[in-house]
Design a protein around this ligand. Structure first.
Ligand SMILES: NC(=O)c1ccc[n+]([C@@H]2O[C@H](COP(=O)([O-])OP(=O)(O)OC[C@H]3O[C@@H](n4cnc5c(N)ncnc54)[C@H](OP(=O)(O)O)[C@@H]3O)[C@@H](O)[C@H]2O)c1
Length: 231
């Protein structure tokens, strides 16, 4: 398809499977996450799905404006455009609000919500200049429905939905389309590390969610759509 797709948090779980999906379809993909080793391991894995020239990888933190600017600059230098942005990087915390330290709150809100904002703020002007672009923000079922012991996470994901809806309105005169994908519980490190227990047979597979994200990025739905992936 030959589009350039930047995916944050793309070294494991839903993000790396989404990167594989786009590479298989012939797109160019930019992967990005904090840990250099995770980036290198994901790169090795992803080379099975696409050519070396189609894959750009870089370590960086979505919470840091300079890291965000650097990866966007590198992507533009290498590919000359960014057609699709997938704001996927995320962290979770499961526990009562009184055990949610200020540090945990900031980590979750800064990664899931501010990180999304930092990418949008830089990439929307590029998409406006290109005359088109598609943005997929990964929220969660907990972005429209609160659940006990997920207060910080849920607040961050409601925020992602709000950001998506506000920008769909703001960009309604442009050809840029923006969506939020809201998965149910997925079998990834994020969920396993949160301490939340679920029957493994009830979990979605990350490859399945990745295919739904790929579908959303075809841009056929009305901008501002919230796309649930519950089964
Ligand atoms: N798993 C679920 O049940 C579920 C359900 C609904 C929605 N989601 C959402 O789906 C998205 C992906 O989650 P997942 O379950 O696939 O999680 P995961 O397996 O833990 O993967 C998270 C990815 O984000 C990266 N990351 C974390 N913090 C980052 C930061 N500050 N800057 C850059 N990269 C960062 C991680 O790599 P590094 O460690 O190298 O940074 C990793 O590549 C998240 O937004 C999550 O909220 C997940």
């Amino acid at each position: 398809m030959n589009r350039t797709v930047l995916i944050t948090g793309s070294t494991r779980g839903i993000g790396v499977e989404t990167a594989a999906e786009f590479l298989k379809k012939g797109d160019q993909v930019v992967i990005f996450s904090r840990e250099k080793q995770h980036v290198e391991e994901a790169r090795e894995r992803l080379l099975a799905f696409g050519k070396k020239e189609a894959l750009l990888s870089q370590a960086g933190d979505v919470r840091k404006r300079k890291d965000v600017e650097r990866i966007i600059r590198k992507s533009m230098k290498r590919f000359g455009r960014i057609d699709v942005l997938i704001n996927n990087a995320g962290v979770g915390f499961y526990g009562p609000v009184e055990e949610t330290t200020e540090e945990k709150w900031d980590h979750i809100i800064d990664t899931n919500l501010k990180g999304t904002f930092l990418f949008l703020r830089q990439i929307i002007p590029i998409m406006k200049r290109q005359g088109k672009g598609i943005i997929v923000n990964i929220s969660s079922g907990l972005g429209v429905e609160g659940m006990g012991n997920f207060s910080a996470y849920s607040a961050s994901k409601f925020g992602v939905v709000g950001l998506t809806r506000a920008l769909a309105d703001e960009l309604s005169d442009s050809t840029i389309r923006i969506y939020a994908v809201l998965p149910g519980a997925v079998d990834t490190t994020l969920l396993a590390d949160s301490g939340f227990q679920m029957d493994p047979s009830d979990l979605l597979r990350p490859e399945y969610v990745a295919r739904k994200i790929f579908e959303a990025a075809q841009g056929r739905r009305r901008s501002g759509s919230l796309i649930t992936v519950y089964s």
